[in-house]
Every structure is written in structure tokens, then in C-alpha cells.
Write a protein that binds this ligand. Structure first.
Ligand code: NAD
Length: 435
């Protein structure tokens, strides 16, 4: 069943385009890969630090951010570590033209991931794109197509895919270690950084921020200052954009996409045929739109289910103090992430299989860039698209407040209003991510 839905899904998204050979530079074992990190107020600064720790493999040759303060800080940081000043760009469209840049890493807000990825592929650059790689379902199909069409390596920022324990355990599940998987479950109880974010008030963007480029794919909207947190650059900038549908995907598409990706990896049924999602933004008074409490269920063609819970109020006594996780229930036993496999008498099932090689996400990305083989990636663009689409499909059901039927072959809902949310209704001119 899993293979059938995967095949029809492949067909449906027309990702089987004529195989194009990788263009551009072929790397020898000793060549360093030139990197431009795009967007680095938060996660992108980890990209910079991580990559600087692998000087034998890669070099940061350029940095790009639409916030001049962030840009200056990043350039200074790289120079202090390497003695060399990376090229500074405000506009990603210029950065991807730089011949010294072989690959980009993207840690901008979600609504700009797909356009930067697709444009970078077109410019002959390989891409590490933070999760979720798409802001809507349609964008994911464009990324898959762009990677194929331009022969580029595109790695999704769900780093759990590089975790050797998970790689082994997911293979065991696929091989039937707990029988047939009937229910995959993901949960996020995080509350760090999650709180009432304040209220907006009209105002001018700070002079250090290019608001037009920050909006990127999104048509012009007024800039909003933050009345309650005046030290923040604005209501959306930085980080709090996660909680507005125009730019973010709520918690299910923030931390949640990590656990959703693991849930889909274990469940391995492609896309669902039905979804229901409900919840709200409880207990907080602010202007944000996305729920802080959300329960979503997906049903697949074979009747199996995937359920996902988001709770940002900090219920840490659940999951024994953990703030996110996964459980997978098969016909013969179950799996709990970080605990292992159990039978239904709750007796642990010992695992004797060895762990696969221990390579982090960057080792895997650089290896794939050198080999040009998609199979060297820890997660393919198609697998990433399936996981991200679950977040998008769940959010569409949440926003419409009704159960929806989905056609996983034609990537359409049986609901006209829901279909309007498959793609952004309007893209800023020149920023549409068409492969
Ligand atoms: N893999 C992980 O564990 C992980 C962890 C945290 C965040 N993330 C992801 O990283 C991304 C960034 O998150 P964050 O918390 O750092 O957000 P943030 O808002 O703090 O930082 C985003 C940065 O991108 C810059 N930016 C915005 N638009 C840009 C554009 N068009 N071109 C260039 N720069 C632009 C902003 O100025 C800012 O410096 C998100 O997609 C998030 O989901 C992943």
C-alpha cells in the first residue's frame, strides 16, 4: 500500500522529469564548498557556527540578510573566526549569482523558503533549506521539480533524519518489527519562546530592515510595530512571524514539522485521504493568529491513522518531562522515541541491529553535494514535501473548522474553499517560486 500511494503521488506531482545531470562545479575530495548562509538572526547563526567547525569541507564565502544589524554581526563573527571577510548581501537574488557560492543554506521565515530554494536551484546552487521547506502545498511541488530539473541537491532542515538511532529504528519499523503500523503519533508541548506576543500598531519599519525584501513572496502589507514589546523590531520581526498565516505555519509547522516528519517516516503511507483539526489560541491575549493548542487527525487510504498534538502552555508532566516526541503503534507492538520498542504486555523488545554510520546533517549535505546522489541525502525533497504537506493540510482543516477529504493522487481537496489554500492566492511580482 505504501509503495502504491508513493508511486501515484510521484506521478501526480509530475516530479519524474527527464533526468538532468548536475551542472556546475564537480567537487574533488579536497575542494571546499563555498557557502552563503541566507537569514541568520536565529537558526542561521547555528548554520554559521556549525559550518565554521568543518573548515576541511566548506567555507562561508558570503552572508545574506535583510536586517543590516544581523548582517553586520554575522560578517564580523565570520571574520573574527577565519580572518576572512565574507561577501555581504541584502538581496538573495544577488547572493545566488555569486560564482564563489556553490551552495546556500536558508534560515529565513517560512514564506520565503521556497522562492529562495527554487531560484537558487535555477542559479545552479545546491540548497540546505530550513523546515518547513514550503509555506503551502504547491510550493513543495515546485521545490521537488526544481531539484530534478536543474540537477541540484536540496536537503531539508529536519535534522532528526540524520540521527543514527532513528535511522535504525525507522528501518526496523519499515521491516515490520512491530507488525503493521496502524497509528503514528507526534506531539509538541514546547513553551520556550511561546507566550502572548503583543499587539501591533502602524509604524515605519526600522531603517536597518528592508521590509519589502522581508515580505518577499507576500504582497505589500503595512509594517506593524509591537506596542507591548517596543524593543522588538516589529510585531512579526523577528521570530514572531511563526504565529501569522501570511508568513508562518503555526506550531504544527514550527517545532511540529520535526515530529510530523518522524511520524510520516514511521507511518510511510504518503498523503492522507481525510483530515480533521481543531483547537485555539487559549489563555493569551495578543494579535497572533495560529493556535497554541491543536489536535489533528489524518486517515489514510488503508484506514490507518496519524494523530498530532500541539500544546504550548507547558504541560511538561506529560511525556515524562519531554517537550516533544513520537509514538508508533503497530499490530504486534509499539515504539516510543527515546525509549525503544515494546510489546503490548509493555515488555521491552530488545534491538540487536547495529547503528548506522554517525554523520551529522552537514556531513550528509556536503557528501551529497560531492556525490550528486539523492540517495546520499538523509531526506529527499519528496519525503520532506510529504511531511510539510501534512502540516499544511492540517492547518487548512483547522482554519476551515471542518473535516476535509483529500485526494492524494491529484493533490486536491474535495472542497473548493480548501483548494484555495493549497497555494498562496497572490505572490509578489517576481517572487513566485515556479520551477
Ligand atoms: N532545524 C531546526 O531545528 C530549526 C530551529 C529553529 C529555527 N528553524 C527554522 O529556521 C528559520 C528561521 O528561524 P529563526 O527563528 O531564525 O527566525 P528569525 O526571524 O529569528 O530569523 C530570520 C532571519 O532571516 C532574515 N530574513 C528575512 N527575510 C529574508 C530574506 N528574504 N532574505 C534574507 N534574509 C531574510 C531576517 O532578517 C532574520 O535575520 C525558520 O524557518 C525556522 O523554522 C529551524
Amino acid at each position: 500500500m505504501a509503495d502504491i500511494s508513493r508511486r501515484s503521488f510521484l506521478k501526480s506531482t509530475a516530479v519524474i522529469v527527464a533526468g538532468t545531470l548536475a551542472s556546475g562545479k564537480v567537487f574533488g575530495a579536497n575542494d571546499r564548498i563555498g557557502i552563503c548562509v541566507i537569514g541568520f538572526n536565529g537558526q542561521g547563526s547555528s548554520h554559521i557556527k556549525d559550518i565554521l567547525e568543518k573548515p576541511d569541507q566548506a567555507e562561508i564565502v558570503a552572508l545574506c540578510d535583510v536586517d543590516q544589524r544581523v548582517l553586520k554581526r554575522g560578517v564580523g563573527f565570520v571574520k573574527s573566526k577565519t580572518g576572512k571577510e565574507p561577501k555581504a548581501y541584502e538581496d538573495f537574488r544577488e547572493a545566488i549569482k555569486d560564482p564563489n557560492v556553490h551552495a546556500v543554506t536558508i534560515a529565513t521565515p517560512n514564506h520565503s523558503h521556497a522562492v529562495i530554494t527554487v531560484f537558487a536551484c535555477k542559479a545552479g546552487k545546491d540548497v540546505y533549506v530550513e523546515k518547513p521547506m514550503s509555506h503551502n502545498i504547491w510550493e513543495g511541488t515546485q521545490i521537488i521539480d526544481a531539484a530534478k530539473k536543474y540537477g541540484r541537491i536540496v536537503q531539508h532542515g529536519t535534522q532528526s533524519r540524520s540521527d543514527s538511532v532513528l535511522i535504525r529504528d525507522m528501518q526496523l519499523i519499515k521491516n515490520g518489527f512491530i507488525g503493521k503500523v496502524v497509528h503514528s503519533r507526534g506531539y509538541v508541548y514546547k513553551n520556550g519562546n511561546r507566550h502572548a506576543i503583543g499587539h501591533g500598531a502602524p509604524g515605519n519599519p526600522p531603517e536597518y530592515l528592508n521590509w519589502t525584501l522581508w515580505q518577499c513572496t507576500s504582497p505589500d502589507r503595512p509594517f506593524l510595530k509591537n506596542k507591548d514589546f517596543p524593543d522588538k523590531p516589529g510585531l512579526y520581526v523577528h521570530y514572531d512571524w511563526h504565529w501569522f498565516w501570511e508568513y508562518g505555519n503555526g506550531e504544527i509547522g514550527n517545532q511540529g514539522v520535526h515530529e510530523m516528519d518522524i511520524a510520516c517516516w514511521a507511518h510511510n503511507r504518503g498523503l492522507p485521504v481525510q483530515v480533521y483539526s481543531t483547537g485555539g489560541r487559549y489563555g493569551w491575549d495578543d494579535d497572533a493568529e495560529t493556535p497554541n493548542t491543536q489536535v489533528t487527525t489524518f486517515t489514510y487510504e488503508d484506514g490507518s491513522i496519524l494523530s498530532f498534538e500541539v500544546r504550548n502552555l507547558g504541560s511538561f508532566q506529560e511525556a515524562e518531562g519531554g517537550d516533544c516526541g513520537n509514538s508508533v503503534f503497530g499490530t504486534d507492538g509499539y515504539y516510543v522515541r527515546r525509549k525503544g520498542f515494546f510489546d503490548y504486555k509493555n515488555k521491552p523488545i530488545p534491538v540487536n541491529d547495529p547503528l548506522p554510520e554517525n554523520l551529522d546533517k552537514w556531513d550528509r549535505f556536503f557528501r551529497a553535494i560531492r556525490s550528486r546522489k539523492e540517495e546520499d541525502l538523509p531526506v529527499t525533497p519528496l519525503e520532506a514535501h510529504i511531511s510539510c504537506s501534512h502540516c499544511h493540510i492540517g492547518n487548512i482543516a483547522y482554519r476551515l473548522k471542518r473535516s476535509l477529504e483529500f485526494d492524494p493522487v491529484n493533490l486536491k481537496f474535495k472542497d473548493d474553499e480548501a483548494n484555495k489554500l493549497i497555494k498562496r492566492p497572490a505572490y509578489r511580482e517576481g517572487f513566485e517560486p515556479i520551477a
